[in-house]
Design a protein around this ligand. Structure first.
Ligand SMILES: C[S@@+](CC[C@H](N)C(=O)[O-])C[C@H]1O[C@@H](n2cnc3c(N)ncnc32)[C@H](O)[C@@H]1O
Length: 219
């Protein structure tokens, strides 16, 4: 619980990232990502924001979607490219770009925009920008899928979460000079950006959330 902040340390050792994150989430992240992939259909166009080593991108590509994964960490992308090559997946590309470059994507051009454990690395302003851009680039009726760390709703769990989290934030900051934060007010931000919330599910004592939202069809 709430050990996700340690993923910043794992990001500096990308070859060990997947095994590390699996351990930190007790395998739960794999199970969640497998279920998310089921929401992606053959031939759909998918953008994976902060794709890292390709956990969500590769699963979507295996289902026959055309996937673009973007990330600012070239070493994480290197691992993702190696994995795609090993499986001979031709329907996937990885680009070393940040969210700012979403501006280059065409309007109404994606069926699915997804992001796993990346919003917790973005500032409030970056999250607002990303949601705005996701709304623009999704086709009407297109899906936005986000998985990330949030604060538990119940007070005792929240206290426990912070008690575990704070020392880990300090350790992570000492080792990487960076940290992550829990994503706050995501449902509200989605609605403000014009999305219709379709489903919301929490895991790990309410500290990990999966949200699926839709760009309205305009009917
Ligand atoms: C914890 S990793 C998650 C990777 C992958 N989505 C997964 O679930 O395994 C977060 C990723 O977000 C990327 N990231 C952070 N800030 C970003 C930004 N501004 N634009 C694009 N990617 C970013 C990091 O480089 C990192 O690879």
């Amino acid at each position: 619980m709430s050990t996700y902040v340690l993923m910043k340390i794992l990001e500096s050792a990308p070859s060990r990232y997947d095994a590390g994150i699996r351990m930190l989430t007790l395998g739960q992240i794999d199970r969640i990502y497998e279920r998310i992939a089921l929401l992606v259909e053959k031939d759909q166009k998918v953008l994976d924001i902060g794709c890292g080593t390709g956990a969500l991108s590769l699963r979507s590509a295996r289902r026959g979607a055309f996937v673009k994964g973007i990330d600012v960490n070239s070493e994480m992308l290197e691992v993702a490219r190696r994995r795609a090559k090993k499986e001979d997946l031709q329907n996937i590309t990885f680009e070393e770009t940040g969210i700012a470059e979403m501006e280059k994507e065409g309007s109404d051009s994606y069926d699915v925009v997804m992001s796993g454990l990346c919003f917790s690395e973005l500032s409030k302003g970056e999250i607002a920008f990303t949601l705005e851009e996701a709304m623009r680039i999704l086709k009407p009726g297109g899906k936005l899928i986000i998985v990330d760390e949030v604060l538990a709703v119940s007070l005792p769990l929240r206290i426990l979460q912070l008690a575990v989290r704070i020392p880990l934030v300090v350790i992570t900051y000492l080792l990487t000079q960076t940290t992550t934060h829990t994503v706050k007010g995501l449902a509200q931000s989605l609605v403000w950006s014009g999305f219709q919330l379709e489903s919301s599910q929490t895991y790990q004592m309410g500290t990990l959330i999966q949200m699926v939202a839709r760009k309205p069809n305009g009917e």
